[in-house]
Ligand binder design. Structure first.
Ligand SMILES: [Zn+2]
Length: 185
């Protein structure tokens, strides 16, 4: 087991707190997330996704157009990746990109691209009336990721590991897994 350093511990605590207080908005404080404010073309960093069936299922005939117009921002703060709903860009932790599990990163991309479509449909990504694991927008995004995970050959236990994040309680994980019909033991 890796030693948790103070920075990781702090970020984990913050993530948990933000989640509990539903303050996702805090992630969008620009100076904190992305000091340079630089945005990049998604397709310059994530190549070939337009050929992926799971992605084509999200956007249909608009797949190429959507991916070409998608912007990405990189952040040094922790976490994984999420959507900035103000400009519809994808925000990615460089650390996660460099050190994260590649399959997990790929499944997260599928998940986040579902949120991109939801934004295009005018849906609210952070409806205050729901907890994270109960949000219809999250369940839909996870359904796509889980479907793709199964196609890749991951079993339920592996998918369960994928769903588990440090800011999700065991109860939340069980709830989410149940909604997704994934058996976590
Ligand atoms: Zn999500």
């Amino acid at each position: 087991m890796l030693t948790t350093n103070w920075r990781e511990l702090l970020l984990t605590t913050l993530l948990r707190l933000f989640q509990r207080l539903r303050l996702e908005r805090l992630f969008h404080v620009d100076w904190l997330v992305n000091p340079t404010g630089a945005t990049y073309r998604f397709t310059d960093y994530f190549k070939g996704l337009e050929k992926v069936e799971a992605v084509k299922q999200i956007f249909g005939e608009k797949t190429i157009e959507v991916l070409q117009n998608l912007k990405v921002k990189f952040t040094y703060i922790g976490g994984y990746m999420w959507i900035d709903p103000r400009d519809g860009s994808l925000v990615v932790s460089t650390r996660y990109l460099n050190e994260g599990d590649k399959t997990g990163i790929y499944l997260d991309l599928v998940h986040e691209l579902v949120h991109i479509r939801q934004l295009m449909e005018g849906k609210k990504l952070f409806p205050a009336e729901y907890d994270y694991v109960d949000r219809p927008t999250e369940i839909e995004a996870y359904q796509h990721a889980v479907h793709e995970a199964r196609r890749l050959g991951l079993n339920d236990q592996q998918i369960c590991e994928y769903l588990k994040t440090e800011w999700m309680s065991n109860e939340d994980l069980r709830k989410l897994a149940k909604s997704l019909d994934v058996k976590c033991t």
